[in-house]
Design a protein around this ligand. Structure first.
Ligand SMILES: Cc1cc2nc3c(=O)[nH]c(=O)nc-3n(C[C@H](O)[C@H](O)[C@H](O)COP(=O)(O)O)c2cc1C
Ligand code: SF4
Length: 428
């Protein structure tokens, strides 16, 4: 496993204050993956990505090579590539960093993936709140076109790619891939029924490859250095590194590139410097608003898809928010519920009504006016949202609530109720 100081074994290896321009990127070996890919054939590019074990970094962790192959294996000639740069998950700021500091690494990843998928048109869907990222990506596209790296017949390979920036309009839900497609098509940004998946029927009903910014920016090094090289980073279960957006009550908040297999304890204490002086960690939120709250006793778990699944931790987009002992768990959970209530499109009842009712109940509990059975009701609503919501927003909206009921149940009990529960425990 690579150490965190092993710069040759990093994918981004960034310096926070440095903007890597076109010439600098090229001098450091940038675009060699693209040249290698274009000199070979799409199938061997897909094989390398598949062998690398790269999984999507946008939240669902779907194998990247398999997804490209699904798009490639379509009869339709017209295909699209879309880079999902909506980055709506609260507390996540990695994609913005890539676009504003490493734009050519992202462009190279998009070009290689488009070539492998056979997509000759594409969009980078950047959230409206990121004007600087939009500007940087527009500039990078123009410079790459002038160099012959984008546009018609790239480097005389016979492959062409036309890339445009599409600005989102401030909706969290539009980060969901099918809502994003509707948004580009000029329709309301609402999720569609799946299947068919975008790989078969995506933009304008054509096969479409949709990947997150970080996923795509991993690809140049996989192709330049080979799948073996990539697999040596991280663990057998989860290869590569993950960009972690670390915030909350730690000494050194910021963006870190962390090899998979590193424990959450190390991320918080070694990278983040631990809690502020005199304070202790009360809880850690992993995976953003749609993620879970875990107690300090679980920090030994490794950043790894398998270990996290076993411990019921969602890595999501890699946001980690630390709450020290001055924080109110219910306030934190309530904030997340209100966020989802605001962002829910209201199309389906479990999400629309579940969020509303859960928010009312939580408010009652916080005010000290709750009734007997309110906690159990909260649990029922959370389960219903998870099981019956139409899209990922509703399915994940109750994660922090559910995990807080598991690990911080005592915080929900008002003095009278707490006494009653203690009595029940004794009776049992
Ligand atoms: C409500 C919701 C919001 C999402 N927002 C984003 C987002 O901002 N960026 C992103 O890359 N994926 C987001 N996703 C995941 C995408 O639907 C999709 O899985 C992802 O873009 C695929 O890329 P990947 O395979 O590279 O991870 C969101 C999903 C849901 C359900
Ligand atoms: S789960 Fe929520 S956001 Fe998704 S379709 Fe249903 S109401 Fe809309």
């Amino acid at each position: 496993m690579s150490s965190r100081n092993d710069s040759d074994r990093m994918i981004f290896n960034f310096n926070f204050d440095e903007y890597v321009d076109f010439e600098t990127y090229r001098k450091r070996g940038g675009f060699s993956g693209m040249q290698k890919a274009l000199a070979g054939n799409p199938i061997s590019v897909i094989d390398q990505i598949r062998l690398s074990g790269l999984r999507g970094r946008g939240g669902a962790a779907f194998p990247a090579g398999t997804k490209i192959d699904m798009v490639r294996n379509n009869q339709e000639e017209e295909r699209y590539i879309i880079c999902n740069a909506d980055e709506g998950e609260p507390g996540t700021f990695k994609d913005r960093f890539i676009m504003t500091h490493l734009p050519y690494q992202l462009l190279e990843g998009i070009i290689i993936s488009a070539y492998a998928a056979g997509a000759e048109q594409g969009f980078i869907y950047v959230r409206h709140e990121y004007p600087e990222a939009q500007k940087e990506m527009r500039k990078a596209i123009k410079i790459a076109e002038e160099a012959g790296y984008l546009g018609d017949n790239i480097l005389d390979s016979g492959f062409s790619l036309r890339l445009e920036i599409f600005s989102g309009a401030g909706s969290y839900l539009c980060g969901e891939e099918t809502a994003l497609l509707s948004s580009i098509e000029g329709k309301k940004g609402r999720p569609r029924v799946k299947p068919p998946y975008p790989t078969v029927s995506g933009l304008r009903e054509k096969p479409t490859l949709i990947n997150n910014v970080e996923t795509l920016a991993n690809i140049p090094k996989i192709i330049a250095n080979g799948a073996e090289w990539y697999r040596a980073i991280g663990t057998d279960d989860s290869s590569g590194t993950k960009l972690i957006s670390l915030s909350g009550d730690v000494k050194k908040r910021g963006l870190y590139e962390v090899p998979f297999g590193t424990s959450f304890h190390e991320i918080i204490y070694s990278y983040g410097g631990g809690p502020k002086d005199g304070r202790e960690i009360k809880a850690v939120n992993i995976g953003g608003a749609s993620g879970v709250l875990i107690p300090p006793e679980l920090l030994h778990v490794s950043l790894e898809y398998g270990s996290c699944a076993e411990a019921e931790i969602t890595i999501g987009s890699g946001a980690i928010f630390v709450l020290d002992d001055t924080r109110d768990i219910l306030d934190n959970v309530h904030n997340r519920l209100r966020f989802f209530l605001h962002e829910s499109c209201g199309k389906c009842t479990p999400c629309r009504e579940g969020l509303r009712q859960a928010s009312i109940l939580l408010e009652r509990i916080r005010e000290g006016t709750s009734a007997d059975g309110d906690i159990e009701k909260l649990e029922r609503y959370t389960n219903a949202m998870q099981d019956a919501s139409f899209c990922g927003l509703g399915q994940a909206a109750g994660n922090s609530l559910k995990s807080s009921l598991k690990y911080y149940r005592s915080e929900y009990l008002q003095p009278g109720m707490a006494a009653m529960h203690e009595k029940e425990k004794v009776t049992v």
